[in-house]
Design a protein around this ligand. Structure first.
Ligand SMILES: [Zn+2]
Length: 262
C-alpha cells in the first residue's frame, strides 16, 4: 500500500489539504518569478526562471514537509521590455503582471493563507513586484506580502564577484554563466562575450542604483551580455548555488518561525 507524502508544490495538493494548511497560523505561499528573455548567445532564455526554480526547490527539500509552506508553479514569463531587441524575449505588460499578482494573491488570502513570498530572479522586474505587492496588500490587507530578489542580501557575494557585477546586476555575465554551469551545464554554449559598458554611460550616471537610466540592452551590448562572462566556471557556480540556497533557507526558516504579521 502506498502512503501519500505531503508535496511542497501547491498544485500537487488536494483541496482538503489546502483547506487544512491555509488555516494554520503561519501558512505561507512562495511564488517564484523569472523571465523568458535573451541571455546572450550562450545561455537559455529561461535562465532567471531556472535559477529561482532550482534554488527554491533545494530550499524546500531542507524544510520539513509538515511546515505550512507551499510553492506555486514558477512564473516563467515576466516583464522584460529591455531585452526586446533580441529574438526569443517574451514580455508581459506591467499592468498584466500586477493584475495577475493581485488576482492570485487575493484568492490565496480568501483561502486563509497568511503570507505570500514573491521570490524573483529577474533584475528588471524588482520595482514592478514591489509595486504589485503594495497594491495586493491594499486589496488583501491581512495577507503579508514579501517581494524579494534572489540575489539581494546574500552574504559572501562581494568576495566572489566584482563590485560592478553586484551593483549593476550584470546580465548573462560571470555570476549567471557560472551558476548555470553548476545547475544545467548542458544548456550552456561555448561563447563567453565581454561588453564594456562603463565607457558608454555619462559620467556620474549608472545602470542601476543612484542615478539610473531606463536602459535597453541594445543600448549597451551587441551580444546581449552586459558585463564580462569570460571567467565563468563551474566551481564558482557551485559556490553561488550553496550561498543562495543557504541564504534563502535561513530567510524562509526565520519567516516560518515568526508570527508576522501580528
Ligand atoms: Zn538573468
Amino acid at each position: 500500500m502506498n502512503f501519500k507524502s505531503i508535496p511542497s508544490e501547491f498544485e500537487y495538493l488536494s483541496w482538503p489539504e489546502v483547506k487544512n494548511i491555509s488555516k494554520e497560523k503561519r501558512s505561507t505561499i512562495i511564488w517564484p518569478f523569472g523571465a523568458v528573455e535573451q541571455h546572450g548567445p550562450h545561455l537559455p532564455l529561461a535562465t532567471d526562471s531556472i535559477f529561482v526554480d532550482e534554488i527554491i526547490c533545494e530550499v524546500l527539500k531542507l524544510i520539513p514537509s509538515e511546515t505550512p509552506i507551499k510553492k506555486l508553479p514558477t512564473q516563467y514569463i515576466g516583464f522584460s521590455p529591455e531585452h526586446k531587441g533580441f529574438d526569443g524575449t517574451i514580455s508581459l505588460s506591467s499592468n498584466l503582471i500586477t493584475l495577475m499578482i493581485k488576482e492570485v494573491g487575493s484568492q490565496l488570502a480568501d483561502m486563509g493563507f497568511k503570507r505570500l513570498v514573491l521570490i524573483n530572479a529577474h533584475g528588471g522586474q524588482i520595482s514592478l513586484l514591489n509595486t504589485a505587492a503594495r497594491e495586493l496588500r491594499s486589496i488583501a490587507p491581512k495577507l503579508s506580502v514579501f517581494p524579494c530578489f534572489l540575489w539581494s542580501g546574500v552574504d559572501g557575494l562581494s568576495e566572489l564577484l566584482t563590485k560592478k557585477e553586484i551593483e549593476n546586476g550584470l546580465h548573462a555575465s560571470l555570476a549567471e554563466t557560472s551558476l548555470m554551469m553548476a545547475l544545467k551545464s548542458d544548456l550552456v554554449g561555448e561563447e563567453r562575450p565581454f561588453e564594456e559598458i562603463e565607457k558608454q554611460i555619462p559620467e556620474g550616471w549608472s545602470l542601476e542604483g543612484n542615478a539610473p537610466t531606463a536602459w535597453f540592452t541594445d543600448d549597451l551590448s551587441k551580444s546581449g551580455v552586459i558585463g564580462d562572462s569570460r571567467g565563468s566556471n563551474k566551481e564558482l557556480g557551485i559556490t553561488l548555488k550553496t550561498l543562495l540556497t543557504n541564504h534563502w533557507y535561513n530567510m524562509i526558516n526565520n519567516l516560518m518561525q515568526s508570527d508576522w504579521p501580528k
